[in-house]
Design a protein around this ligand. Structure first.
Ligand SMILES: [Zn+2]
Ligand SMILES: [Zn+2]
Length: 391
């Protein structure tokens, strides 16, 4: 005995369209095959729910169902009686309705909604889709700072020119006799619990729904050949190692006119020889001579967009971070840029001339440059730390 459609969706007979839609959404998500791998019960529920929704969401079908029951909408065929395609909820319709509902019918949205693989992509239409292609793209910090447009040469499967991607020399194809063009076959098995319908890829055409009569010799009937294409990729500023861009439909072409896969561009940051990165800020280490630290000076400092004059104020201490605003990396979201930080260090030469040695000896005699001559905070801190070490 077939279950009532209203019962299947758990709604009253007087339910509004919206209530039906809501109930369906909830149940479809609950029993979806991607969420219940290899669970036959869930699969059956999923089909039941879809069949019920297919009828109850359509004003005309719902009226006929209300009046005549299951017989009014010819649903006995779909539930496994005959091999006919008329009347019942076809699995292709189910999946396309499902796609439309959750993502506005965009190809590939199905996988996104469930985070699954591309395995089911072919179901929305007969035919085999091309595979996704993954490439790495190395970027300099300068390119990341501003964003960049790259032109890439990519080797991938492209449509065969000889046969326009059809795989057929003359362009002639024939609808598959086994599956009548749907690419899927229904296998009905009878058990003591009742009839079960299993939907499988058609073994004759491999899911394409069509058979090629005269194979194209250039591509051996595949409709695709290895080729090289140039692709423009726009990389926004502020991207990070491991971020990726998905270019829809720019992956491998599908065999015999199937939809193309996606091109996934994985981004890689080339380590910079001068700068290290901290989010959207960059850090540059600058060594400054002792007299310059004491007296202060102006120095040219490299940034990601050219040299900038930086003022080292008098009495700058080692390890001080000086900020150059707006010379960092452009934010990925929104406008604005990070900053550059300059970490100041004291430069201690290893090899000095005789003359410099004499100058330093002269300086050494002056008690004014020794920490003991100053009663300031920094010097005190230094002595306290030193005592801590030796006590
Ligand atoms: Zn077939
Ligand atoms: Zn060809």
């Amino acid at each position: 005995m077939k279950k009532e459609y209203y019962e299947v969706l758990g709604v009253p007979r007087a339910a509004t369209k919206d209530e039906i839609k809501k109930a369906y959404r909830k149940l479809a998500l609950q029993f979806h095959p991607d969420k219940n791998p290899d669970n036959k019960d869930a699969e059956e529920h999923f089909k039941e729910v879809n069949e019920a929704y297919e009828v109850l969401s359509n004003d005309d079908k719902r009226r006929r169902y209300d009046q005549f029951g299951h017989a009014g909408v010819g649903s006995s065929a779909a539930s496994g009686g005959g091999g006919q395609h008329g009347g019942g909820a076809d699995i292709n319709d189910i999946f396309s309705a499902f796609n439309d509902m959750f993502t506005g019918g965009r190809r590939g949205g199905f996988e996104e909604a469930f985070g699954g693989g591309g395995q089911r992509r072919g179901r929305a239409q007969a035919g085999i889709s091309g595979t996704d292609l993954k490439i790495r793209l190395k970027l300099t910090l300068e390119e990341i700072a501003k964003g960049v447009e790259k032109t890439l040469k990519i080797k991938k499967q492209v449509a065969c020119k000889e046969c326009n991607g059809s795989g057929s020399k003359s362009g002639a194809t024939e609808s598959c006799q086994t599956c009548h063009g749907s690419g899927e076959v229904r296998q009905v098995s009878k058990t003591m619990f009742g009839q079960f319908v299993n939907i499988a890829t058609c073994p004759t055409c491999g899911g394409e729904g069509r058979i090629i009569k005269d194979r194209c010799p250039a591509c051996y009937g595949e409709g695709i050949k290895l080729g090289e294409v140039t692709v423009k990729v726009t990389v926004p500023s502020g991207v990070e190692n491991g971020n990726y861009l998905t270019l829809r439909g720019q992956g491998n072409a599908g065999p015999r006119g199937g939809a193309a896969g996606d091109l996934i561009v994985v981004l890689e940051e080339i380590p910079h020889e001068l700068f290290s990165r901290n989010g959207n800020d960059v850090i540059y280490a600058l060594a400054v001579s002792f007299p310059d630290l004491v007296l202060g000076t102006k120095v040219d400092v490299p940034t990601l967009d050219g040299a900038v004059k930086l003022t080292i104020p008098p009495a700058t201490q080692p390890e001080t971070m000086l900020r150059i605003p707006g010379h960092g990396i452009g934010h990925l979201k929104g406008s604005g840029k990070g900053d550059q930080y300059v970490k100041v260090n004291v430069y201690v030469p290893k090899d000095i001339s005789h003359q410099d040695r004499e100058l330093l000896k002269e300086m050494q005699k002056s008690s004014g440059i020794s920490p003991s001559a100053h009663n300031d905070k920094d010097a005190k801190g230094f002595f306290e730390k030193a005592r801590g070490i030796f006590s």
